[in-house]
Design a binder for this molecule. Structure first.
Ligand SMILES: [Zn+2]
Length: 323
């Protein structure tokens, strides 16, 4: 079992280098560097340096389209959806829903630009993080509308824009992204949200894991973030999602990756977090990954109440299990 974490919030090379060195000493061998639209436009050269120092220290580097186009996980703004409104998902009310439409050709053009820059960083992997349609209840989509833009209407045709159409559109988009990454010599890892979360259509995990060119499949059963409070329910949620991710990965012949939550863990919830995380690790994925670095101590809206307890606790559990 390999150990990974995500890293973001610092673009100062000497600090990043110092942090990467510490992570190697703590047992980490894979690193997810976020590469938002802000990074794309303002830090492309800096990100090349950051990826290079990580590789020089022995890391396997995954680069993450963090919050890009409003369709991937991440606390980052999208310039594309503000500067190019034609890229947006559009609800039946005419409201722009806060993310690009997965069926919009402008998105493919923009993602190609992102991928060219991602490949230029030298990262070996793209980490396709929680691809999703705009969730209902978010500020830009309070009514939980679905995209009915011209591209969706045309593609759906007489079948209509159903849940299965939205699910299939997401899978076809990912297939396209994996292809484009492969063309640039990069491996792809996909992390899907657990089934039934954030108002997403039910995705066909076996189909995604078997996408041509994919190298890794995983999920992030963040039960606390998804507001699951009871221990029995927690364990069932972890087991169901971890088992499914492991099984479809094995069947597809790709590596498996399971994420554990090290953000927004409230005071008093630390033991529950560590108990559940141990359960996730006991599923023995190829990689166990922690979101994110030092329990997000450096970022006030994501930081855990007791960052030291969570971060060190997770490393200790990993060391105990992987020996
Ligand atoms: Zn659409």
């Amino acid at each position: 079992m390999k150990l990974a974490t995500s890293y973001f919030g610092s673009r100062i090379l000497r600090h990043v280098k110092n942090d990467m060195g510490k992570l190697r000493e703590q047992g980490f061998s894979r690193i997810v560097h976020t590469f938002s639209e802000n990074d794309l436009y303002y830090y492309p050269g800096t990100m090349r340096d950051i990826v290079q120092v990580s590789i020089d220290l022995g890391f396997d580097v995954l680069i993450d389209p963090w919050g890009v186009a409003g369709i991937f996980g991440g606390e980052a703004f999208s310039r594309w959806i503000t500067e190019q409104p034609a890229i947006s998902q559009v609800g039946a009310s005419g409201r722009h829903l806060g993310g690009a439409c997965l069926n919009n050709p402008i998105l493919i053009t923009q993602m190609t630009e992102w991928l060219d820059a991602a490949a230029a960083t030298g990262a070996q992997w793209v980490f396709w993080d929680e691809p999703h349609w705009s969730p209902g209840g978010s500020p830009r989509n309070p009514e939980g509308e679905h995209c009915v833009c011209d591209f969706c209407l045309e593609k759906a045709g007489s079948r209509g824009i159903t849940e299965s159409f939205r699910a299939k559109s997401l899978v076809l988009f990912l297939a396209r992204m994996v292809n484009l990454a492969t063309d640039r010599g990069m491996k792809s890892s996909i992390c899907v949200m657990p089934q039934g979360m954030a108002g997403q259509p039910g995705l066909d995990w076996p189909e995604i894991a078997a996408l041509p060119g994919l190298s890794e499949f995983g999920t992030d059963p963040y039960w606390q973030a998804f507001n699951i409070r009871e221990a029995g329910q927690r364990d069932r949620f972890i087991d169901k999602n971890s088992t499914a991710a492991r099984e479809v990965s094995t069947t597809a012949g790709v590596e498996s990756m399971l994420w554990t939550q090290a953000f927004r863990v409230k005071a008093g919830d630390e033991d529950d977090l560590l108990d559940g995380s141990k359960r996730i690790m006991n599923h023995n994925p190829d990689t166990i990954a922690i979101w994110g670095f030092e329990a997000c101590a450096h970022m006030s809206t994501l930081a855990c109440a007791d960052t030291d307890k969570i971060w060190q606790g997770l490393i200790d559990i990993y060391k105990g299990i992987s020996k």
